[in-house]
Design a protein around this ligand. Sequence first.
Ligand code: PMV
Length: 338
Amino acid sequence: MSTARSTANIALIKYWGNRNNELRLPAADSLSMTLDTPHVQVLGEEADQFSIESFEADGSRKILTKQQIERLRKHRELTMQYLHTLDIDFRKNVALTIRSQIPSGIGLASSAAVFSAIAEVFAGLIAEEHPLTREQISVIARLGSGSAARSVFGGFVALRNRATSNEQTSNGEIAGAFAEQIAPESHWVLHDIVIVPSLKEKKIGSTEGHALAGTSPLFQDRLKEIPRRMQECTDAILTKDFEKLQRVAEEDALDMHEVMRTSTPSLQYLSEETWHIIREVEALRTRDHLEVLYTMDAGPTVHLFCTEDAREVVRSFANEQKGCTVFETKIGRGSELV
Ligand code: PMV
């Protein structure tokens, strides 16, 4: 039996588009901050057959869709395939129980938390005979959700897209992207004040969205910009230069949303409310010289990253937004066995 806990992460340099959709090998690097709450707990036990039970934050049973069950099955199959490349014969059937503390509709994608916790559970079940490295656990997490690879580490984390020399073989390819820590959570305590304008489920999930990225005429230009942005973002984090972090993170988030908007079909995740909040944050930042930046994933939710000093003002600002749900979290330590 093995139990793990994990959380979501929010990207400062976004992952959007794959070079291999099935293996969730990203087209470029990305960089995020792991959050400390809310968490997901996954328990895995050896069983006669593979099964999944899932529970909501309030303890009620969650009925998984066919698509969700298929994604979890596929993840287990790819994990077996990957472990086989490490000469590990993982034939165990596992009964998984997923307990999520992430309220649905708060704009925090739970897939990163779920798949990093499952990766941790699979690794936990074979730890005695075959201890895996954090990097290898991040590969397993990535096979379920690309961004989940980053939740395996705490603090600031990069997902490196490493096309290996044996890329032509399936063995080399499956491990061709994994996460690494840029700086631990103690390095720089940043907060994330989350403003959720709409509780409606997004229409097109990121799995389908990634597959459309290449249809945008802006996608190739985006890929060219990522190495510079990764460098600037890493430097800003290591030197704790908030202004530099703000410039590069906002540039990248808006660029990703332009790629989404110009893809076929067009993906418009940002709403009128999102743009209204962005404009207000920009005005507030100029007026009060606040260390706050905005970023948005595949939905209208606005994440306001800020320093400890700016937190009170940003929190009041968030609570003034009419009709919005506000949620507060900060930098966290990533997935672990409990
Ligand atoms: O891990 P996925 O497939 O849910 O993709 C995440 C995509 C974004 O949240 C939009 C960006 C990111 O880097 O997290």
